[in-house]
Design a protein around this ligand. Structure first.
Ligand SMILES: Nc1ncnc2c1ncn2[C@@H]1O[C@H](COP(=O)(O)OP(=O)(O)OP(=O)(O)O)[C@@H](O)[C@H]1O
Length: 266
């Protein structure tokens, strides 16, 4: 396991160019410490998902490398150290599986080759569903759920996995204010339990309230660091333009959390 002084997510000079020639990200480096919540923000097409997919091992960097808990991404994945809550569009909601089955998928990497859930697997799945308040949905087909319920199911799956790193791609899209609050409170609890959380979000004025670190991207890394010193007008203006930076900062100062500017960007 990693030494205490080692970053949990360590991205070093990563560039991704897709096979059709499109540049995803260019020369991005950041080191995220353990037990922290980091927002990954930037306009549409700025490379947020590309960076996440590289950290998750779904996309191979053209150059540079990512390491998780001091090991190669693939090795961390094999050890079930990374969990992922995808964007709704990435999921096939017609796939005929129940909520229980989806949450149990979080245990698959730790089952034996027969893939028969143990008593411990069932206990962890039940506990994850209870924590997300979705026990009563256990037998429902996933396609029949609301947007907020779907998010809760995938969060429960990642809880059942019990990983040290959690990556969430736009967890607040399509959820109501109550679900947004409960997702954030769960994320902070997980952080306090030692989990490192990376959140791709367009909910910009929520960032100072909920996150410890922020990474701003515009193909290249514009800025990365503690929210207090990094979520500033100059960095926001470089990433999103002056008007958006001023709107976000005035919303943040007034404590407006943030449905309007979130939706106008997404
Ligand atoms: N599979 C792909 N093939 C080719 N180009 C891609 C692919 N995926 C992303 N891109 C390109 O890479 C760039 C970064 O895209 P990415 O999806 O990482 O941005 P994003 O910040 O997550 O955007 P959004 O906020 O719209 O989700 C864009 O120009 C996009 O068109």
């Amino acid at each position: 396991m990693n030494r205490h002084d080692e970053p949990v997510i360590d991205v070093s000079h990563v560039s991704v160019r897709y096979p059709d020639g499109h540049l995803g990200i260019q020369d991005v480096s950041l080191s995220l410490p353990g037990a922290s919540v980091c927002a990954l923000i930037g306009p549409n097409g700025s490379g947020k998902s590309t960076l996440c997919r590289t950290i998750l091992g779904f996309t191979r960097p053209t150059s540079g490398k990512a390491r998780l808990l001091g090991m190669a991404v693939r090795q961390a994945q094999k050890r079930n150290l990374v969990a992922y809550v995808p964007q709704a569009e990435e999921v096939d909601w017609q796939f005929p599986v129940s909520v229980w089955d989806v949450v149990m998928m979080g245990r698959q990497g730790q089952m034996n080759w027969l893939r028969i859930p143990s008593e411990n697997d069932r206990r962890l799945v039940k506990a994850a569903m209870a924590r997300l308040e979705i026990e009563d949905l256990a037998r429902r087909q996933i396609g029949m759920l609301s947007g907020g319920q779907k998010k809760r199911v995938f969060l429960a799956r990642s809880l059942a996995q019990g990983s040290r790193i959690l990556v969430l791609d736009e967890p607040f899209t399509g959820v109501d204010a109550h679900t947004e609050q409960s997702i954030m409170s769960l994320i902070r609890d997980l952080r306090d339990e030692g989990v490192t959380v990376l959140i791709v979000t367009h909910a910009l004025s929520s960032v100072p309230q909920y996150c410890d670190h922020v990474a701003m991207v515009s193909r290249k890394l514009v800025a990365f660091g503690p929210v207090a010193t990094t979520f500033t007008q100059p960095h926001l203006a470089t990433t999103f333009g002056d008007v958006m930076a001023d709107t976000v900062l005035s919303d943040t100062e007034r404590g407006v959390c943030d449905r309007s500017s979130a939706w106008s960007l997404s």
